[in-house]
Structure formats: structure tokens, C-alpha cells
Design a protein around this ligand. Structure first.
Ligand SMILES: [Zn+2]
Length: 435
């Protein structure tokens, strides 16, 4: 295996608090040394990181890779290529494939495909059989097979009875339950945020309370059980407040925010000509209002939200060309997330670089138990996963930047700043470019 020297950057490692100018040497798949002026003779490849941030490999704990079953939208291999192009060395994929990831065999299938891919790929397995919300899947067997969390993502675990059983059964695995919080009886026929734009466009409105009641309920169910509980893609400002209260009580709960919920409001669903619709901004849960965006940012600044996640959700052009109510929910995010987080959080002064890197490394590693494998930090002897970020490079998001199999994003044409210019996974350079 080739050795790599990442030279002359500012090394940021939130896990240890390290923030200094240093080189990082990677050899035999592991971090070999971190320090100033490391020797270059014998090094196979030098990456010039002057003016750049050198961080632990970024981790995205919430992506949809569509394999098995919908390989025309994305595959594990194409999704992993999109990941490394966005600076991610590890992704955790959701179980709403067909068939759903609800058996140990399917967990092993994803892990096997992941091993042949550009990034590390870990499956989040289904909570219920076929994600139907009726009967628990084989939780402990899937944990043993290598699942890194449990979720019925795409759908909510709507039954309180099933959620109570799931919390009790997942708890001894040490893994987290990740809830797509959405009471389906409140969102029937809804396709965007319940507000004045939905009224104007004549579309069914999706109320904030559909998310809030599920999060309140689950936290209450979990009292006395104490399973790790995580709220996926928070969209409502009030959900942040619920989470803040539960964390203050010492409950083992966490939450995540996605780029689109930090940057877009329901106005993004209006077509570019001011008429019609923009299906690219149709997402589940929906983008809401400025007050929600503000509450999410505050939740990140005060430590209520500890994880950033893209919810990368590829769909074909023809699917997104359908009328708004028929078009599928979701947008791709792996290639663009870093620049969008920088815009929403760092350039706007909400948090600094160290905190951003923490939300993209330590936070997701802990959520999915990947910290036990040494992921999410830079440590001599630990996995050789490193991301090099040029914080100043300016670029406009274009089709050519979307290296995954799908192009559905409302951010095409957006001028952004900051980008991963090299991504090293297990000691191998899997991506270099972007400047
Ligand atoms: Zn979801």
C-alpha cells in the first residue's frame, strides 16, 4: 500500500482538540505520524495542503444508496464515489431499499458491497420487518452482523407499542434507534410545509406538529428504558426545543440537521419563474420557515444538535419532472453538503471550524458506534481516513460536480465557498480535485 504525506495544512481534530500547523503521514492504511516537517524521502505521494484544513475523514450517518432494488437511482459504488468527492470517507445507508435491509444476510450484503467501494459503507438496519411497522425485525442478529443503528427511515415507526418494544430490544445492543419522526395520520396527502405557500400553490400541507408529537411520545416511551434515541433530519424549530429539554434531563437522545433544512424555506418549492412548482425542493420532512432555520442553527450552536447528515436521496430526472404531488421526496447531498454547511454555519458566524468538523466526525461516529473502530478522529495508529478541505475555494454547483448517479438538487447554480480537495480512505487517495 502506498504511503501518503499530507503536507503543510492546519490539522483540526476535535476528538483531541488538536489545532495546529502540521503534516499528516499515512502508511499501510493507518495514520503513521502527525507533526511539523515530517520527512518526505520514501513517500509515494505528497498532497500539498497549504492553506487547507486537514481533518479526520468526514462521516455522513444518513444516506440512501438505493441498492438493492433501485440501482437506476444510485448504487453503493456510485454513492460511495459521490461521498469521497464531497470529502466523506464513511457513510451509513438507510434500509428503505427493496427488499428492505431487515435481515442479517442483507446487512452482510451491504457491508460486502461497501468493501469494494470508494468509501466505507455501513448499513442502518430496519426496525420492523419489511419496514411495515407491524413486527420487529431480527434486531440482535442484525447488530451482530454489523448494522450500526436501527431505523425504518422513509417511514416513521408510528405504532407506540412497536416503538416501546424496539427501544427495549435495541437497548442491549448499545446501538441507537433513529426515528423518522412523522405521524402519518397528520401528513396524509401532504407534499410540503403547511403554510401560506402550500395554500397559494393549492398543495396539501405538512404540519410541524406531525414531527413534534412523535418525538415527544418517543422520549416519554423511552423514560425507564434508556435506549439511545436519535431524531433524524429535524425540520421543526419546536423539535429542537423538545430535544433540548430532554438532554437537559440527561436523557440519551440526540438529533441531526440536514443542509436543506439549514438553508431553504418553503419558498424554494415555488418554480423559478415565480409560477408553478420546484420539485427539486420537495423533501421529507419538508423545508419550512425562517424561524425553523434559525432554531436549527441555534440548536447547533448550543450543542442540542450534535450531528450533521445529508439525507442524500437520489432520484431520476424523469421522476422529479412529475407534477409536485406525484414527484418523489428528496435531494442528493453528498457532493455539496460541506460547502452548504460552511455557508449556513461557518460563514454566517453560527459556529467555528472546529465545531463544524466535530459535527461531521465525532458526532456521527458516536451515533453509529464507529468511534469504537477509531473512526472520526486523527490518531497515530488509527484508520488512515483524512479529508483535506480548501476553505477558500469558490465554486458554482454544476452538473459536473454531481458524480453520483442522480442530479436532483435545488442547489444547482448556487455560488458556494469551500470544498474537499483530497479524500483519503484507509490510506488510499480516493478523491483529488476541486481546485
Ligand atoms: Zn427520513
Amino acid at each position: 500500500m502506498a504511503s501518503v504525506l499530507i503536507a503543510g495544512g492546519r490539522v483540526l481534530d476535535p476528538a483531541s482538540g488538536l489545532d495546529r500547523a502540521a503534516d499528516v503521514a499515512v502508511k499501510d492504511g493507518k495514520i503513521a505520524a502527525i507533526g511539523p516537517g515530517l520527512a518526505r524521502p520514501g513517500v509515494d505521494r505528497v498532497i500539498n495542503a497549504e492553506g487547507c484544513l486537514v481533518t479526520p475523514g468526514l462521516i455522513d450517518p444518513h444516506v440512501h444508496l438505493r441498492e438493492p432494488g433501485q440501482e437506476h437511482k444510485e448504487t453503493i459504488a456510485s454513492g460511495a464515489r459521490a461521498a469521497v468527492a464531497g470529502g466523506f470517507t464513511t457513510v451509513c445507508c438507510m434500509p428503505n431499499t427493496s427488499p428492505a435491509l431487515d435481515t442479517p444476510e442483507l446487512v452482510r450484503f451491504v457491508l460486502g458491497r461497501g468493501e469494494q467501494s470508494a468509501a466505507r459503507v455501513f448499513p442502518v438496519a430496519a426496525i420492523s420487518k419489511q419496514r411495515r411497522g407491524n413486527e420487529l425485525a431480527e434486531i440482535s442478529l442484525m447488530a451482530r452482523a454489523g448494522a450500526v443503528g436501527f431505523s425504518d427511515d422513509g417511514d416513521c415507526v408510528a405504532s407506540a407499542g412497536l416503538m416501546a418494544r424496539a427501544l427495549a430490544v435495541v437497548k442491549p445492543t448499545g446501538l441507537a434507534i433513529m426515528q423518522h419522526a412523522q405521524d402519518p395520520t397528520l401528513t396524509k396527502g401532504a407534499s410540503m410545509h403547511a403554510g401560506e405557500i402550500a395554500l397559494k400553490l393549492g398543495l396539501g400541507g405538512w404540519p410541524r406538529v406531525a414531527e413534534e408529537v412523535i418525538v415527544e411520545r418517543d422520549i416519554r416511551l423511552n423514560r425507564g428504558i434508556g435506549c439511545r434515541y436519535h431524531v433524524q433530519h429535524i425540520s421543526s424549530g419546536e423539535t429542537v426545543a423538545i430535544l433540548r429539554r430532554a438532554r437537559a434531563e440527561g436523557q440519551p437522545v440526540s438529533g441531526e440537521a440536514s443542509p436543506h433544512h439549514l438553508l431553504l424555506t418553503h419558498e424554494a418549492c415555488i418554480g423559478a419563474d415565480g409560477l408553478g412548482y420546484n420539485t427539486m425542493a420537495k423533501v421529507n420532512p419538508p423545508v419550512r420557515e425562517t424561524s425553523d432555520m434559525k432554531a436549527l442553527r441555534e440548536g447547533i450552536a448550543d450543542g442540542t444538535i450534535t450531528v450533521l447528515a445529508t439525507d442524500h436521496a437520489p432520484h431520476t430526472d424523469s421522476e422529479k419532472a412529475l407534477p409536485f404531488e406525484e414527484a418523489p421526496f428528496g435531494l442528493v447531498g453528498l457532493e455539496t453538503a460541506l460547502a452548504l454547511y460552511i455557508e449556513a454555519l461557518v460563514s454566517s458566524g453560527v459556529i467555528g471550524w472546529m465545531k463544524l468538523v466535530q459535527l461531521m466526525t465525532v458526532g456521527p461516529a458516536k451515533l453509529c458506534g464507529l468511534d469504537r473502530m477509531g473512526l472520526g478522529r486523527l490518531e497515530v495508529g488509527g484508520p488512515g481516513d483524512v479529508t483535506v478541505i480548501d476553505p477558500e475555494v469558490k465554486w458554482t454547483i454544476g452538473q459536473k460536480d454531481l458524480v453520483g448517479a442522480s442530479n436532483n438538487t435545488p442547489f444547482l447554480g448556487r455560488k458556494v465557498k469551500g470544498r474537499a480537495i483530497a479524500t483519503v480512505v484507509g490510506g488510499e487517495v480516493k478523491w483529488e480535485g476541486g481546485r
